[in-house]
Design a protein around this ligand. Sequence first.
Ligand SMILES: Cc1cc2nc3c(=O)[nH]c(=O)nc-3n(C[C@H](O)[C@H](O)[C@H](O)COP(=O)(O)OP(=O)(O)OC[C@H]3O[C@@H](n4cnc5c(N)ncnc54)[C@H](O)[C@@H]3O)c2cc1C
Length: 502
Amino acid sequence: MLSVAMSLKMPEPDRDVLARRAEIVAALAEIVPGEGVIDDRDVLRAYESDGLTAYRQAPLVVVLPETTDQVARILRWCCANNVKIVPRGSGTSLSGGALPLEDAVLLGMSRFNRVVEVDYENRVAVVQPGVTNLAITQAVEGRGFYYAPDPSSQIACSIGGNVAENSGGVHCLKYGLTTNNVLGVELVLMSGEIVRLGGKGLDSAGYDLLGVIVGSEGLLGVVTEVTVRILPAPATARALLLGFKDVEDASRCVGAVIAAGIIPAGMEMMDKLAIHAAENFVRAGYPLEVEALLIVELDGPAAECEHLIEAVCAIARQCHASTLSVSQSERERLAFWAGRKAAFPAVGSISPDYYCMDGTIPRKAMPQVLARLRELSAHYGLRVANVFHAGDGNLHPLILYDANLPGELERAEEFGADILRLCVKVGGVLTGEHGVGVEKRDLMPEMFTAIDLAQQQSLKCAFDPTLLLNPGKMFPTLHRCAELGRMHVHAGRVPFPDLPRF
Ligand SMILES: Cc1cc2nc3c(=O)[nH]c(=O)nc-3n(C[C@H](O)[C@H](O)[C@H](O)COP(=O)(O)OP(=O)(O)OC[C@H]3O[C@@H](n4cnc5c(N)ncnc54)[C@H](O)[C@@H]3O)c2cc1C
C-alpha cells in the first residue's frame, strides 16, 4: 500500500504480478544466486523511499545484480513476464525517481562499485554505475585530477544516479553538468539488449543518443558502465564572500559578473534566513546583518585568480556590496564554503520539516522571482530559505513547514507548485538538477503541451515499448505505445485527457 503524505496517483498494481511474487523471487534468485535477492518484508522497508521521504512504498522484491549479464537476464525475464523494474542507485533522489512500486522489482545497482579503468592519456575514467560521485575524484586525485560535477550529496550518490538525473553542483557553472562530463555509457534495454553509446572520444557517429540517456531518470534503460571526463585540478582556488543589504543588488551582481565575461568556478547565493541558520549551525563567520550573501569561487593559475578577484570585487562594489572578504588561505576558503555546504541540514535544524524545490530561471529574472517568492511566502504563511546555484539561475527554495500540523504539508506542496509555475512563466524550466520523478510529474503540462509530451513519449516507446521501466515517473499520463502511434492530437489536446493510462 503506497503511503504518501501528498496526493499522488501511481499506476494500479498488477494483481497478477502480486500473486506471482514467489515465482518472480525464484526466477531472480536463479539469475543472481547467493544474497542477491531480498524478499524479507522487514528488510524491504530499507528501500521504501528515496530522498523524497514523503512518499513510501515497499517494493515487490529487491535484486542486487553484480554483472551486466545478470542485469540483461533480469530485464529480459521481466520483459517476457510483464514485470515492472525500478532502477536504484544510492536512493538520494529528491524527486522520487527511485520510489518503488508495489508490483515492481527494485533493481539496486550498489554492487556495481568498481572503478574499471583510469585512462590519463584520454583523460577519462571508466566506472561502474554504483561508484559514488566522490569516489571518482578520490580515484584520480593522487595524479592531480578530479571529476568536476559535485552534487552536495556526492559522498553518497552514485554516478549511475547522476547520469539518470543529469545532476549538477556548485562547480557546474564553469565545468558543466553531468551531461557535459559523460562521454559514454553501457546500457541495458528492457528487452535485455546491451548497447554502448559514445566512448572515450569527444564525439561519436549517429544521433546524440547519449544526450537522450543523460537525464532520462531510469525510464529508457539501465546504465551499467559510465565513461566520464576527468580534469586536472586547478592550480589555485580562492573564494569571495560578498554581503548585500538588498537581495536585488546581490542578484544584479550575479548577472553583472557573467556579463563582464567572467565565469566563476561557482557562484552561490544565500538569503538572510539561510545565512542565520548556517551561521548558527557551523559558525562559518558569515556577516549577519546582510540580506543576501554571495560566495564566488575563482580558480586557475594564481595570477589569473588575482586578476579575476579584483574584477569581481569592483563589480560587487558597483552593486553596493556592504561586506567583502577574500579568502587568504585554503583553510579560509573552506570556511567560506562550510556554511553553504551545511545550509540544508542547518535549515533542517530551524524547522521540523522542509520541502526543497528545484527550478531554473534566466539570471535576469532573479530579482523579480525572489521578490515574488517573498510575497508567496506571506500568502501561504510559510517561511522560505533560499540557498542556490545563483550563477546557473538554479533556485532551491526550502519551504519550511511542520508535517504534524494539519494542512501544512499540503500548503507547502501548493507553494512549491506555484514556485515552479513561476519559474516556467519567466522563461525558466521545472527542474534544474533534481529531475522530475514523481515530484514534478503532474506539473509537466505547465511547461509542455500535449503534443510535446506525446513526442517525448515516442522516445520512451523507442527504448521501452513495454513501458515496464520505471513507470509512474516523469510522464503525467503514459499512453500505450501502440495507441500513441495512432493517437490523434486535436488542437493540442489528446483524446480523453482525464483518463489515466499507466
Ligand atoms: C542532501 C542531498 C543533497 C543533494 N544535493 C544535490 C545537488 O547538489 N545536486 C544535484 O543534482 N542533486 C542533489 N541531490 C539529489 C541526488 O543526490 C541526485 O539526484 C543523485 O544524482 C541521485 O543519485 P542516486 O545514486 O542516489 O540515485 P537514486 O536516487 O537511486 O535514483 C535516481 C534516479 O536515477 C535512476 N537510476 C539510478 N541508477 C540508475 C542506473 N544505473 N541506470 C538507470 N537509472 C538509474 C533511478 O531510477 C531514479 O530515477 C541531493 C540529494 C540529497 C539527499
